[in-house]
Design a protein around this ligand. Structure first.
Ligand SMILES: Cc1cc2nc3c(=O)[nH]c(=O)nc-3n(C[C@H](O)[C@H](O)[C@H](O)COP(=O)(O)O)c2cc1C
Length: 481
């Protein structure tokens, strides 16, 4: 799909888009409406009248369901997206005879590569005077410190030239300045640190608003550095992303509804928050003495009749639950590169993604469950997960009852529970006294091998196949097959 408008049209055709004609304010009213829609039935919303922002429409709840996202991205399974880069890696020629088969793959790779174009619709209109005041950014909860951009595509490249495009909330201070909440382990924070160390006064940054659904999804995806996120967008979309280079050098999606061009002054930090977050509590970074960089907006570019897109977070399940599930599926094949024994994974939506995960593995040797726990706590953003349960692959990780049965049947707490004190954890975690320090809980609920049982043999029950055969006709008659 070409852009966000195309996607909205497609949703409309599927009956998944509601138009709201009544004028509503982006401060509390639109967010409250979006939350109610998501809690009650799910569906995208287009607000035709936005109080105080007559030029704009506002779109929300674009990620209506995992199934809709899958269909929009044109794949039979979301896992196919994660498999795309791996298939290409498979084709790296290892010997002379592999060379020819690789040529087809090179062509495929070409299809995913981003392309810089000379024209972008958003360059039609420009505002240089207090540009942030012109944007219908949301205030999502009553005690939020300010209005926020809640789904900005924050675009930048680090001093090595690796491009990123990531979703970090931006708190608006006034018409010209905002605070970017990139957490310490995120690409933005690392790039900013690199600029700081080089003593570069300014880090060029641009913030894009509204794009096609694949690009929006790429921006929240935990792509391992130094893979270029603008390249990864091609894998997600099935086609390379068209980019526009702004005067400050930053590449942004050419199909964006609006783009704010500016910079971060690397030595200028500010307080940020409170902000009502994904767990359903106010995040207050200043209580952790955290300061975040100030973004200076130099100009705003926007399409004719622009459509603003913002996300609304709070107690699950809201739109971010769908986003998280889509990411879980896309990244399963990539997780298997690091941990080939992983069969399936479930980050339950009520676990707020970094709260709880269940992972199933094909277990071959004693202690493997604990190895997987430790590996996950050492891998990218999975490292933030607070509680991880590992089960054997005959347990369906998406069936809570099966997982509980595995915990009840295979866990000897003294042997199978790991607690890691004072680890780096999700700064948003409402349970810990001193975030981002917090403890981790790992439960090895895999079936235990003889060595792990000290020789005790516990035999699992199983039906007699002869009896089952005999009863087949009765099962059919009374139970319907
Ligand atoms: C609606 C929404 C808001 C988010 N806000 C933030 C945020 O304020 N700060 C942050 O570090 N991550 C935030 N995230 C998570 C990041 O987008 C996610 O971790 C992403 O993978 C980071 O990209 P990076 O690896 O390029 O840094 C948010 C995610 C969603 C869905």
């Amino acid at each position: 799909m070409k852009d966000m408008r195309d996607y909205l049209g497609w949703l409309e055709g599927k009956g998944e888009l509601v138009h709201i004609e009544e004028e509503l304010s982006p401060e509390l009213e639109i967010p409250a409406f979006l939350r109610r829609v998501m809690y009650e039935k799910s569906g995208a919303v287009l607000f035709e009248g936005v109080k105080g922002f007559p030029e704009w429409k506002v779109a929300g709840n674009l990620f209506t369901s995992v199934e809709t996202v899958r269909e929009a991205l044109g794949v039979a399974r979301l896992e196919e997206i994660g498999e795309r880069p791996l298939k290409l890696l498979d084709s790296v020629p290892l010997g002379f005879s592999d060379k020819l088969s690789s040529l087809g793959k090179l062509k495929e790779m070409n299809n995913y590569l981003p392309r810089v174009v000379r024209k972008a619709e958003f360059t039609k209109n420009i505002i240089e005077d207090e540009p942030l005041d012109f944007i219908p950014a949301f205030k999502t909860w009553p005690k939020d410190a300010s209005r926020y951009l809640t789904y900005p595509l924050v675009c930048f490249s680090d001093p090595k030239g690796v491009n990123s495009m990531s979703v970090y909330r931006v708190m608006l201070l006034n018409g010209e300045r905002g605070v970017i909440h990139w957490q310490v382990h995120k690409r933005g924070s690392q790039a900013w640190r690199d600029y700081l160390e080089r003593n570069d006064g300014k880090m060029p940054v641009a913030i894009a608003i509204g794009s096609d659904i694949g690009t929006l999804l790429t921006a929240v995806s935990p792509i391992p550095y130094p893979m270029d996120k603008l390249l990864f967008a091609g894998f997600v979309r099935g086609k390379g992303l068209e980019l526009y280079r702004l005067p400050n050098g930053v590449l942004v999606p050419a199909n964006a509804e609006a783009v704010i061009e500016g910079y971060v002054k690397v030595d200028e930090l500010s307080e940020e928050g409170p902000f009502g977050d994904h767990f359903g509590f106010y995040d207050k970074p200043s209580e952790r003495n955290e300061l975040y960089p100030v973004f200076h907006a130099e100009r705003l570019y926007y399409r004719d009749n622009p459509i603003y897109y913002g996300s609304v977070v709070g107690k699950p399940p809201l739109e971010d639950a769908v986003i998280g599930k889509a990411i879980e599926r896309i990244f399963l094949p990539l997780m298997r590169v690091i941990l080939p024994e992983v069969v399936d994974v479930n980050f339950p939506e009520y676990g707020v993604f970094q709260g709880v995960a269940v992972v199933s593995i094909k277990k071959r040797y004693p202690g493997q469950g604990k190895k997987v726990l430790n590996a996950l706590w050492g891998t990218g953003q999975a490292a933030l997960t607070k509680v991880i349960i590992v089960v054997s692959d005959d347990i369906n990780v998406h069936d809570v009852n099966q997982v509980i049965w595995a915990v009840a049947s295979f866990v000897d707490p003294e042997r199978d529970v790991l607690i890691i004190p004072n680890a780096h954890t999700d700064a948003l975690d409402p349970a810990v006294p001193n975030p981002p320090l917090g403890s981790k809980l790992g439960i090895d609920a895999t079936k235990k091998l003889p060595l792990e049982m000290g020789g005790r043999v516990v035999e699992e029950v199983g039906e007699d196949p002869e009896v089952l055969k005999k009863l087949e006709a009765l099962f059919e008659k009374y139970l319907g097959g």
